[in-house]
Each structure stands twice: as C-alpha cells, then as structure tokens.
Design a protein around this ligand. Structure first.
Ligand code: ARG
Length: 460
C-alpha cells in the first residue's frame, strides 16, 4: 500500500528523518473521528451533486464507518508509517474499496480537510470544557448556599480588610467562571463556519455545494474566502486566550486554597485523597494538586504565546508552520480540562473550618470601618471618626485587644460619643449583614444573588 498521497512527481523516497520531522500522525490521530465525519459529509455532498454515484457514496461511507468503529474499538491500529491521519484513513479506505475509495478526495485538499478537522475537534472540546466549568459552578454554588453565614475576613493587599462570608468569597469565583463560559460560547459562535470546499487555497472547479456540507456538519454556513479558510487560526488563538483566562482564575483560586490550608490559617483542610505527603517529613500533608493547577497555568499561557508567534508574519495561504497549532492546542485543552476536573473534586471534598475563619475575622480590626461609621451615625464627621478609630486600633494593638474586647471606659477614653450599643454595631453579624446592596455580602443580598446564579445554572 502506498503510504504517501503525493509520490507521483518524486524520484526518491523521503529521507527517514525528514519523514519523522514532517509527519503529524503521532498527534493528529487525535481527530480521526472528526476526519472521518468530515469525509462522510464530503462524499454525501459529492453524490448529491452527481460528482459520485449513489452507489459509490454508499460504498465509501460504509467503509469509513467501519474504519471509525474499528479504530475506536482498537481493532484497527493507526500506523505511524503514514504521514498524517488523512493519509491513513484514505489508505485504509482504498485498501477496502479499491477504485471507488480513490474518488473520496475529489474536490478536496488536505488544507481544507485539516482546517475542517481542527474546527470540528475544537467545537467538541469547547462543549466539554463548558460542561466541566458548569460542574465546577454547581459545586461552588452548593458551597455558597451552605455558607452565607460563614464569616471570614476579606483581604486587600493580603491584609485583613473587612469581614464578609465564604459564600461571598466563592461568589466572586462564580462570576469569573461564568464569564469564562460566555467567552467559550462567543468563540464557538464566531468560529462556526465551514472551511470544507476551499480546496488548497482557491476553491475547486467542481460544482461543490458548500452550504450542504456546512449544514451536514452543523455549521452556520460556509466560510466566504477560500484563502482565509485554509489559513485562519484566529479561533485557536482566541480559544488559547480563553483557556489561559480559565487557568488564571483557577490559579488565583488555588493560591487562596494553598494559603487557607496552611497551619497558620487553617481556614480549610484539604481531603487526604487530594493531598500528598513527604518522603522525609512524616508530618507533611501538601496541597500538590492546587500547586500543580497553579503551575500548569504557565504551560497554557505558553501555548498561547507560541501560536501567536507561529502565526506572526505568515504569508497567505497555507504554510506548514500551521501544523504546529495542533500539539499546543491539544495540550492546552487537555491540561485545562484536567485542572478544572481536579479542582472541582478538591473543593468539593475539602473541610471548611468555620470557627477558624470567624476567629480570624474577629481579630485584625476588620470591623474598624464599621466602628468609624458608628461615630458618623452619631454626628462625628467621617475624617474625625477615622482618626478616633485609628487611635483605638493603635491602643488595641498595644494592649493585644480586638475592638470588640475594649471596655466602654476604654472607648470613652478616646471619645465620649461611644455608648453600650457600639458592641452590637461592630459585631461580625452586623458588619456583614448590614451590607445589602446588590453584590454585597449581607445575607439578604446574597439570597438574591444565589437565586440568580441558580437560575443561570438552570438555564445554561
Ligand atoms: N498535517 C498538516 C497540518 O496539520 C495537514 C495539511 C497538510 N497540507 C499540506 N499542504 N502539506 O497542517
């Protein structure tokens, strides 16, 4: 069997090293299924346009389906002797159907074929990423629902700032992953045009019905310029951008999980099933999964930079450089999917240490703003109130006391405006639950947001 699709004008065999360097079969076999689905649509259209007979169509489609099933079951092994998955499938088809199979590639080039395969593959993967993000959001939402009164400090500059709740903190990530899903949906919508029929770069002389193949393959329509069709990799760059953003979000979340899981914080405890030990230090229980998610973010960013650089300065239309899109994209997709999945399991199984969070929110003067607001409500101008509470904080630090622990005499030492109701005004419950504007952590505000987020998940 001829291993190459293009031996005719050559007088020598390809050098072995050249074959290996040039070949893509080791990685493009990943989309054998999409390659065959594309061929089935192509042949269906060829018969409709009477370029092939119905009988030829049926013979080819039956053989292609067999090939697909056999590869899936492992009965047919993809051989690395072929240059790429397109050559392999065509060779297997010809082996089984002889002269008829040789007609499959009528009116098609590997350039539009690979452009199609990659789009079909990407579409499937976008759907999978979206489903994984949805699972993650479901877990985040269930943690939020159980923790609308789990008080914790909110941070700026990694310094305690104001108290809020775990539900509110996780709600921030809910919004991020929601945007990630909408970014994926945008990309899907923009890329969903079919390049099949663009040929090598200039279309074909056959009366192909490109709208027909586009429809058969679930595209919104055919692409409108044959040169662009075979050399557009924008959607992959966009996808790598979106995956990078997902990873950036996971990485920020991981960093917080790592910090919260430390002995110093003890806000959470990762499950044993999601932790690892040390070969020398028996006491260790390390958050390797969160660290790896954080670490792998660099790898996905790298793929984005790499493809942008590969595409830079490439003249129209197809150039072999573009083959480099595949390994990068496959790796970035697999990495991101793996990270979302593991991260979801990790937060689903971790224990939340509510008392440690509340204790931390109580120490560190997270209620200082509310104490100043108390004075404002009693007629003190805000700037003066800020100064008074600043003095109380300093006093508290020197005497190792939280604002809640100061006696009324100590308060009055600094300002006579304070009365017994100061304690109620600066309690964690008051600080959090009086913040009820849209998007704030108060339990009423959170209730509304939780309903909206739940509705969003039901809808999408
Ligand atoms: N393996 C190639 C790629 O991924 C397929 C297209 C080959 N086309 C060509 N003109 N050599 O880009």
């Amino acid at each position: 069997m001829e291993l190459k699709l293009w031996g005719g004008r050559f007088t020598k065999q390809t050098d072995k090293l050249v074959h290996n360097f040039n070949a893509s079969i080791s990685f493009d076999q990943k989309f054998y299924k999409q390659d065959i689905d594309g061929s089935i649509a192509h042949v269906t259209m060829l018969a409709k346009q009477q370029i092939l007979t119905d009988e030829e169509r049926d013979t080819i489609i039956a053989a292609l389906k067999d090939i697909k099933n056999e590869i899936a079951e492992g009965a047919l092994v993809i051989s690395p002797a072929y240059e790429d998955i397109h050559s392999f499938v065509e060779a297997m088809l010809i082996e089984r159907t002889g002269e008829t199979g040789k007609k499959l590639h009528t009116g098609r080039s590997r350039n539009d074929q690979v452009a199609l395969d990659m789009k079909l593959y990407t579409r499937d993967e976008i759907k999978e990423c979206d489903a994984l993000l949805r699972d993650l959001l479901t877990v985040i939402l269930s943690i939020m629902e159980k923790n609308t009164s789990t008080f914790m400090p909110g941070f700026t500059h990694l310094q305690k700032a104001q108290p809020l709740t775990l539900a509110h903190h996780f709600g921030a990530y809910f919004e991020m992953f929601k945007r990630d899903r909408s970014r994926l949906a945008d990309i899907y919508k923009r890329m969903n045009t079919c390049p099949l029929g663009a040929g090598a770069l200039a279309g074909t002389t056959y009366p192909l019905d490109r709208a027909c193949t586009a429809e058969l393959l679930g595209f919104d329509g055919p692409t409108l310029n044959s040169m662009d069709s075979v050399s557009d990799r924008d959607y992959l760059i966009e996808l790598l951008g979106a995956l990078s953003t997902i990873m950036m979000h996971l990485s920020r979340f991981s960093e917080e999980i790592i910090v919260w899981n430390t002995n110093e914080y003890q806000f959470i405890e990762l499950d044993d099933a999601y932790s690892t030990g040390s070969s020398i230090m028996p006491q260790k229980k390390n958050p390797d999964i969160a660290e790896l998610v954080r670490g792998k973010t660099g790898r996905v960013y790298g793929a984005l930079m790499s493809l942008l650089t590969t595409m830079k300065g490439l003249p129209l239309a197809y150039n072999k450089d573009m083959q480099e899109d595949k390994e990068l994209t496959f790796d970035a997709i697999d990495t991101t999917k793996g990270c979302i999945k593991l991260f979801t399991g990790m937060i689903q199984t971790m224990k939340i240490n509510k008392p440690a969070m509340a204790k931390s929110a109580r120490n560190g003067f997270t209620n200082a703003t509310d104490a100043a607001d108390y004075l404002v409500k009693h007629g003190v101008p805000f700037r003066d109130a800020h100064g008074i509470i600043g003095q109380l904080v300093l006093y508290g630090i020197e005497n190792n006391k939280a604002l809640d622990d100061l006696t009324l005499e100590e308060y009055k030492m600094i300002s006579p405006v304070f009365e017994e109701d100061i304690y109620e005004a600066i309690s964690l419950e008051t600080c959090v639950n009086t913040r009820n504007t849209i998007g704030a952590p108060g339990v009423e505000a959170m209730k509304n947001v939780l309903a909206l987020e739940k509705e969003y998940l039901d809808r999408t």
